[in-house]
Design a protein around this ligand. Sequence first.
Ligand code: SF4
Length: 354
Amino acid sequence: MTSHREQTRRIYLGSVPVGGGAPVSIQSMTNTVTGDVESTVSQILSLERAGCDIIRVSIPDEGAAHAFAEIKKSVHIPVVADIHFDYRLAVAAIDGGADCIRINPGNIGSAKKVEAVARAASRAGIPIRIGVNLGSVKRSILKAYGTDRVGALVENARQYVAMLEDMGVSSIKVSLKSSDVLETIESYRRFARICDWPLHLGVTEAGTLFSGAIRSSVGIGALLLEGIGDTIRISLSADPVKEVLAAKVLLESIGLRKQGVRVIACPTCARANADVASIASEVEDALKEIDKHLVVAIMGCVVNGPGEARIADLGVACDKGGAVLFISGKPSRRIDASEITKSLMDEIEKELSK
Ligand code: SF4
């Protein structure tokens, strides 16, 4: 279904392609103190294991810029340096090996300062991500667009892209954000019509794990289904590993990735013969770092259980006293109620080692 993708140019962050038909990459952002190299590296390594493709790190001061170079040496995925206000920090991060710089040209200051960043990025051969959000759109543009806030955001981003292109930058990606989901969707739609640089999708200040995952899935998911978007971040006020796991589920749900284990679990009802939620959480948690694509069904009774378990790679349909284990769609054997999770995990291990 989601085969159509808007054609964007391809850029590279390190060895990770973004745009031009490349798989939609998953991003996250560290929330450690960047100057604390050990904690930041440890968080990035956890994110790598969870399936993060690109990580962004804030550089709020000189100490962070200095730490950045150290962090870069110990991690394996491309690192984007996130800079606000001080162009010298951007230049320092580029010298420290950044794979991309994220700036909002609007808060970097004069064109001369932006140009210093543009020159350094071009010299290093790395892309610049222009990140614009509604809160920081130039006043003059806001005034000109009146109530059309989305139009103002799109025009502001267009102007920044043109400015960087004029400065000789040949690798750009763009994000346009509002904390309002519908405004975000409309902004990306309109921008995608006038610009072919790859787009980084996100809903800014999305919220807590629960509401943020929903808001981001609606915003990012709607755009991806229209073929818009080349790299995504689900922003959550939570452990960033959860952002990556949520992004994996989102991409898998709309057919843009076939990696990882998909756990199908019934919501349970009065017919349920087992604690489906606990079994599903345990299995999902144990398998979150697995790359192989596998569908596992955990169903509470024999009404829909056998049907779902049959179309999964592995499944259990619980009944009184235990469950029927399905392997490759066929009933394999009965298992005891106390053994459901263990038997399922054993079979999954076997499947993964094939
Ligand atoms: S599979 Fe059975 S227990 Fe689960 S929701 Fe459906 S009817 Fe209820």
